[in-house]
Design a protein around this ligand. Structure first.
Ligand code: PAF
Length: 281
């Protein structure tokens, strides 16, 4: 496995691979790799000739007071995990490689970026879209692999690729969960044992909501109220939002029909977690 830190070297390498007709699969990450990332890498290794994993904690997608400084960074462990999962190239640039001092361009996907996570974290998706666009330019992947846990992010990347005519297919793969259901996230390591225990209510509530819909409850308010009620039974859990929306557009639904996304964000102690589940009605 090769580790590349310079943008110019990564771009040169990608160009040579493409000229040699090698398909490049990209798994964009912020490091702190867990089984969710590894499932994306393994899928990329099955489907593309050269797997590139980017490790870059992107300052542009963190708001003031968020966890940019404290975000877990462990390059050595990430390299070991990436290699074992089938990575060919790790692209781990320094911030100055991605954002030189005079960097002044950003990518904004209107609409989808302004609601839910975007409303809670202003500027977040502009940061995500900008870095993903830049990574796509440098790595030139034919396929990029993203996880369903960040569902809104995945829709935004798909929209950006479509709108800007970027020749990269976006593969969305299922959320990988701990045995007790908690969605894998680099931020789970912030939780103390009691918070970790209470955090499982998020998945339980989502699953119960999905079961309720499948059993015939099609009123979004009834489902959302029940979901909120269950989640707030855990004293350390504070709901940020619960939304039942059209899974393609994220538009609110007056009645639950078609493919429904149930999305939630909640604080567990001082850690903010997101999760979602899709239901076909
Ligand atoms: O999901 C993430 O880890 C990040 O938002 C991404 C896509 C790597 C962009 O920084």
């Amino acid at each position: 496995m090769r580790v590349i830190k310079q943008t110019s070297e990564m771009a040169r390498t990608a160009g040579a691979l493409r000229r040699a007709h090698q398909t490049i699969g990209l798994v964009p990450t912020m490091g702190a790799l867990h089984d969710g990332h590894l499932s994306l890498i393994r899928a990329a290794a099955k489907q593309t000739r050269v797997v590139v994993v980017s490790l870059f904690v992107n300052p542009l997608q963190f708001g003031p007071g968020e966890d940019y400084d404290g975000y877990p960074r462990d390059l050595k462990q990430d390299l070991n995990l990436a290699k074992a999962a089938g990575t060919d190239i790790v692209f781990a640039p320094h911030v100055s490689q991605i954002y030189p001092a005079d960097f002044s361009t950003s990518v904004q996907v209107d609409g989808l970026s302004d609601i839910l996570e975007g409303q809670a974290r202003p500027g977040h998706f502009r940061g995500v879209a900008t870095v993903v666009m830049k990574l796509f330019q440098i790595v030139q992947p034919m396929v990029a692999y993203v996880g369903q846990k960040d569902y809104q992010q995945a829709l935004i990347i798909q929209r950006m690729v479509k709108d800007l005519g970027i020749p990269t297919a976006i593969r969305l793969l299922p959320t990988v969960r701990e045995p007790d259901g908690l969605a894998m996230s680099s931020r789970n390591r912030y939780l103390n044992p009691e918070e970790r225990r209470q955090a499982t209510v998020i998945t339980r509530a989502l699953r119960e909501a999905a079961d309720g819909i499948r059993a015939g409850e099609h009123n979004p308010k009834t489902v959302a109220d029940a979901l909120r009620h269950l989640m707030t039974r855990e004293p350390l859990v504070r709901i940020d939002y619960v939304a039942l929306v059209n899974a393609r557009t994220l538009a609110p639904l007056p009645r639950l029909t078609g493919r429904v996304a149930i999305l939630t964000a909640a604080w567990v102690g001082t850690t903010r977690l997101i999760d979602n589940i899709l239901v076909d009605v």
